[in-house]
Design a protein around this ligand. Structure first.
Ligand code: SF4
Ligand code: SF4
Length: 74
């Protein structure tokens, strides 16, 4: 299982990127519906540790489930 970054909610703060112990969070191209940068989690590499969710300042941007329909990939 994996965590998911909800593309339309992420604000591109990127606190999650440095916090992830397996370096599986990458920036997507362009802007999301909010007009901000956005990031995505590589489901195949994520170890479901939950650290990204703890450090993300944006309510609802990361959810502790694998929901591919909510997250665009690069
Ligand atoms: S998921 Fe949260 S911490 Fe990560 S880039 Fe988006 S807003 Fe920032
Ligand atoms: S749950 Fe852990 S391994 Fe998965 S993206 Fe978040 S910080 Fe990285």
């Amino acid at each position: 299982m994996s965590h998911t970054i909800v593309t339309s909610v992420c604000e591109g703060v990127a606190d999650c990127v440095d916090a992830c112990p397996v370096n599986c969070i990458d920036q997507g191209p362009g802007k999301n519906a909010k007009g901000t940068d956005w990031y995505w989690i590589d489901f195949a590499t994520c170890i479901d540790c939950g650290i990204c969710l703890q450090v993300c300042p944006v309510e609802g941007a990361i959810i502790p489930e694998e929901k591919s329909e909510l997250q665009l990939m690069k």
